[in-house]
Write a protein that binds this ligand. Structure first.
Ligand SMILES: *[C@@H]1O[C@H](CO)[C@@H](O)[C@H](O)[C@H]1NC(C)=O
Ligand SMILES: *[C@@H]1O[C@H](CO)[C@@H](O)[C@H](O)[C@H]1NC(C)=O
Ligand SMILES: *[C@@H]1O[C@H](CO)[C@@H](O)[C@H](O)[C@H]1NC(C)=O
Ligand SMILES: *[C@@H]1O[C@H](CO)[C@@H](O)[C@H](O)[C@H]1NC(C)=O
Ligand SMILES: *[C@@H]1O[C@H](CO)[C@@H](O)[C@H](O)[C@H]1NC(C)=O
Ligand SMILES: *[C@@H]1O[C@H](CO)[C@@H](O)[C@H](O)[C@H]1NC(C)=O
Length: 458
């Protein structure tokens, strides 16, 4: 097989944790590198996102605690672009994962490789491509894992995740890292995850609230699933809004605009915005961007006023879950964090920060008053691609939280990219939840694994 040196060059991304902020945190060995016990287990999870592919390798001890792999608490490697960028060449798509696969296999002891599960979850990028194209890509990935990997592979482990799974996995990951699994539902945290293509919300409901849930959501997935985690039953609300991730929402906003320009685009910019194979005209109005006019565009794009057939909806006619104590403490991840860090209203050196939705509004009002040229000076950490959209992104994030999800502008929320875990920081991302699920569901294959703690029983 031919190996494209360019693809290898992309591995320099290895040193940069995901997100635009480029935060590098010291992750020191928790237990001197850890002693390999007989009951440890590994899991390899690929996150095939819309903007890139990433692999996470986790190592658990017999108590289902994470332990170090070398000096780090997880192995994390990323490449760009994502699988959906190779929509006409499924083999190239699969090949883009080879360097990640090699890195992952390299850290797993040989004798454990045949029992180490390898999974791939594709998210919004492949969902948007449609079934035919995405199946071809997944087939090429399955062939690669089957023929070229020494790890334990099952074809059903390589899938497009259902939206609710993405949200549930992140909820499990976050509450696991915070040590909340086993607590009553009101002592867990809710999660919001703003990706490139979709945004997820997940939180635990009371048993009573769960009993009143509509049976089936718009996307035909259940809104609420029952999960047994660390011997405790949870009723988990989870929903993924396709087309409302940050990059997808720009396209929605540019499409929702009446007239030739958007009041969300910074003055002085006249260009086009490409998303998912389509090109949108992105030109500023002659008077520049405007916070209040951009709000109108964002509200329109979010379809706040769509008919709600339930007691309470967020936006687009989606059931809200009814709120409650499982949502009072919200951890808000991915692009919410990256935008705040790039704009500079949180410190990009800290992996999490307590803010309020009104902080996004405040930052938006300032950004929307700037021209592109001024913003280039004011926001040195915003990348060139994002700069024309900095008013749009902040307004959208505020609108999504307050008008979309119904938060009070003054409610405290935690912006998060990594969670402190022992002496380390772990990425707040769904793959850890998927790892916990697959490791919990594995049948003990050796007597040593029999004592293995099953955290997540389904
Ligand atoms: C994958 O496995 C096939 C069959 O064993 C082999 O021909 C091919 O070279 C392998 N590819 C890589 C990238 O290792
Ligand atoms: C499970 O719950 C117990 C107490 O209820 C707690 O000590 C333990 O850390 C939890 N395990 C995990 C992996 O969260
Ligand atoms: C959901 O379906 C069950 C039976 O399948 C029914 O008893 C229940 O009333 C339904 N709930 C709602 C909210 O429609
Ligand atoms: C985009 O809109 C601007 C403002 O109306 C117009 O001048 C320009 O020609 C448009 N560009 C494209 C590619 O349609
Ligand atoms: C840009 O990032 C650097 C490094 O993280 C930081 O020290 C600086 O304060 C940031 N600047 C702004 C304006 O946020
Ligand atoms: C921003 O400033 C840099 C130099 O400081 C310049 O190279 C770049 O073209 C500017 N970008 C915009 C969009 O004005």
């Amino acid at each position: 097989m031919e190996r494209d040196p360019l693809r290898y060059a992309l591995l320099i991304l290895l040193l940069v944790p995901h997100g635009a902020g480029g935060i590098v945190l010291g992750r020191k060995a928790a237990a001197g590198g850890g002693v390999r016990g007989e009951t440890e287990t590994y899991a390899v999870i690929f996150d095939a996102g819309s903007t890139g592919s990433r692999v996470h390798v986790f190592r658990f001890d017999q108590n289902m605690d994470l332990v170090n792999i070398g000096d780090d608490i997880e192995l994390f490697v990323a490449v760009k672009p994502g699988l959906s960028s190779y929509d006409d060449d499924p083999q190239e798509a699969a090949n883009s994962l080879i360097p990640l696969l090699e890195e992952a296999e390299g850290v797993i002891p040989e004798e454990l490789q045949p029992t180490t599960p390898i999974r791939l979850g594709a998210t919004a990028g492949l969902r948007i491509l449609g079934e035919e194209k995405s199946e071809k890509i997944l087939k090429a990935v399955r062939d690669l894992f089957q023929t070229n990997s020494s790890l334990e592979y099952k074809s059903e482990w390589v899938t497009v995740l259902e939206g609710y799974q993405e949200g549930s996995y992140l909820w499990v990951a976050m509450n696991y890292l915070l040590g909340n699994l086993g607590n009553k539902y009101s002592d867990t945290v809710g999660v919001v995850d703003l990706g490139g293509g979709s945004v997820q919300m997940a939180y635990a409901l009371s048993k009573e609230a769960a009993a009143n849930a509509p049976n089936i959501s718009i996307g035909n997935n259940p809104y609420v699933t029952k999960q047994l985690l660390n011997e405790t039953n949870y009723y988990l609300y989870a929903y993924s809004y396709l087309h409302y991730g940050l990059f997808a929402a720009r396209a929605e906003i540019l499409e929702a605009v009446d007239g030739p320009y958007s009041y969300c685009v910074l003055g002085g910019y006249a260009g086009s915005y490409k998303y998912s194979g389509k090109v949108y005209n992105a030109s500023a109005s002659p008077s520049g961007s405007s916070y209040s006019k951009c709000r109108v565009e964002a509200i329109k794009a979010l379809k706040i006023n769509e008919i709600c057939t339930y007691q309470d909806c967020t936006f687009g006619g989606v059931w809200s879950g009814g709120g409650g104590d499982g949502q009072k403490n919200l951890y808000v991840a991915s692009s919410f964090y990256y935008t705040a860090a790039e704009v500079g209203f949180i410190d990009s050196e800290t992996p999490n920060a307590l803010v309020r939705p009104s902080d996004f509004k405040k930052a938006a009002k300032i950004a929307c008053k700037s021209s592109l040229e001024e913003a280039n000076v004011t926001y040195p950490n915003v990348t060139e691609d994002n700069l024309p959209y900095i008013c749009m992104d902040l307004v959208y994030e505020y609108t999504l939280l307050v008008d979309g999800f119904g938060l009070k502008p003054t409610q405290e929320i935690t912006l998060v990219t990594k969670v402190e875990y022992g002496d380390s920081y772990v990425n707040a991302a769904w793959p850890l939840g998927s790892a916990i699920e697959v490791v919990s569901s594995q049948s003990p294959q050796s007597p040593a694994l029999k004592s293995f703690r099953r955290l997540w029983i389904q």
